[in-house]
Design a protein around this ligand. Structure first.
Ligand SMILES: [Mg+2]
Length: 411
């Protein structure tokens, strides 16, 4: 029985506990039973239009017991984030409940000199509001979104949600937002800070893209509530839960077991990009490495393919920019795609998984610089004395290059 495996149950609300103003079948009795079993319960919602008090009242009305400390909304988690970030003034695109949640945290809601712009949801958001938000972000205000949900379900089909406004501001400001709600980590960290043993926590939700990805990223078990058992075909897809149940009574079904899959050690991303890397070997035993300015680690020159370029053109350009050397491509060493070592998180929060085409290159001109904008230091290393903080995937690439016999071109 699933319920015996966990002490802390994190529930999504819409689609798991209730839909609109109706409790879902088996939800009231199942939560009652969990409480009788002395389990901890938390409710996590991305809905930025409600305060925690409103959620508690709604739960009580539907027959659930709930206290304010058990409710985490994306709006409340956003207010907490603003306080921790030391923000005093914020401009809010959201409804009165979001504004009141943020004001209660001690933040002034002023457009003038706002240090942060917060995007939530309000039916009356206008083009002028979006324009103001864009101007503030372009002048340096932080860009924060309560959540990134693209749509929400209505009787007439999906309606645009917060994510639609976030995209409009993002396009206008040409900046990525910090998103607080599921599947991002801020909201989960806020909940899990009160619990020590993550292995005893489970997330139960109905949306793979928010509830399940979020749980997988945090390394906690996940249960999808759905009447369909279709999973995503790639085994490591972060949208796949550890088990699917039809409703909450199955938490107590002796036939249903949860097998928690090993949590991947890389960030989930939908962005797969083409990368290039170039190995330059001198006198059969030295390889050119650069100490990267972005993370301080040593690596072979590498980068990504720009639109309009072939992979060969890309590596020639990258090596020129990063080292000052002019090279020609001698041969391909391999194509590498290991997600554990080739998924990168940029300072602005974007994540990309690189498929890297690795070439052996020959120097035909240029002058080797000591450092460049991309490299703190550039020099040849003996292949038997490589630096310790070498990017984790590069030893294998170098090994593959050295294993190929045709080294006649080496100068
Ligand atoms: Mg839901």
């Amino acid at each position: 029985m699933i319920y015996k495996e966990y002490d802390v149950f994190l529930f999504d609300l819409d689609g798991v506990i209730y839909i609109g103003d109706k409790a879902l079948p088996e939800a009231v009795s199942s939560l009652k039973r969990l409480r009788e079993e002395k389990k901890s319960i938390r409710f996590l919602t991305n809905d930025p239009c409600v305060t925690r008090e409103t959620i508690v009242k709604r739960l009580h009305k539907l027959g659930f017991s709930a206290s304010i400390d058990e409710v985490i909304t994306s709006g409340w988690a956003t207010a907490d984030y603003l306080v921790k970030a030391g923000i005093k003034k914020a401009y809010i695109l959201g409804n009165d409940q979001l504004k009141s949640e943020i004001r209660k945290a001690g933040i002034d809601l002023e457009e003038d000199l706002a240090e942060a712009v917060v995007i939530g949801w309000d039916n009356n958001i206008t083009f002028q509001d979006i324009h103001k938000a864009v101007n503030l972000i372009r002048c340096g205000a932080s860009f924060i979104a309560t959540n990134g949900d693209k749509t929400f379900p209505t009787a007439k089909g999906p309606a645009p949600a917060t994510g639609a406004i976030v995209e409009a501001v993002k396009t206008g400001a040409d900046k990525e937002p910090i998103i607080i709600g599921k599947p991002e980590s801020s909201i989960f960290e806020k909940v899990l800070e009160s619990f020590e043993d993550k292995e005893r926590c489970v997330m139960i939700g109905d949306t793979p893209e928010t509830d399940i990805i979020g749980a997988n990223r945090m390394g906690i078990a996940s249960i999808l509530v759905s009447d369909q058992n279709t999973l995503f075909p790639v085994e490591h897809d972060f949208r796949n839960p550890d088990v699917v149940i039809r409703d909450l009574k199955y938490l107590f079904d002796s036939e249903i077991k949860i097998e928690v899959r090993e949590k991947p050690d890389y960030q989930w991303t939908e962005q797969v990009k083409a990368g290039v890397a170039g190995i330059i070997i001198k006198e059969s035993s030295s390889v050119l490495l650069m100490k990267r300015a972005d993370n301080g680690q040593w690596g072979i020159p590498s980068g990504h393919v720009e639109p309009g370029e072939s992979v060969e053109q890309a590596i020639i350009r990258e090596i020129k920019e990063e080292t000052g050397l002019t090279v020609k491509v001698s041969k391909m060493i391999g194509v590498y795609s290991d997600p554990s070592s080739q998924t990168f998180i940029y300072p602005d929060g974007r994540v990309s998984h690189f498929i890297t085409n690795c070439f052996q290159c020959e120097v035909i001109g240029g002058t080797l610089k000591k450092s460049t904008e991309e490299a703190l230091e550039i020099r040849y290393f003996n292949i038997h004395e490589l630096p310790e903080n070498l990017l984790p995937m590069h030893p294998r690439w170098l090994e593959d290059a050295l294993a190929q016999k045709d080294l006649a071109f080496i100068r």
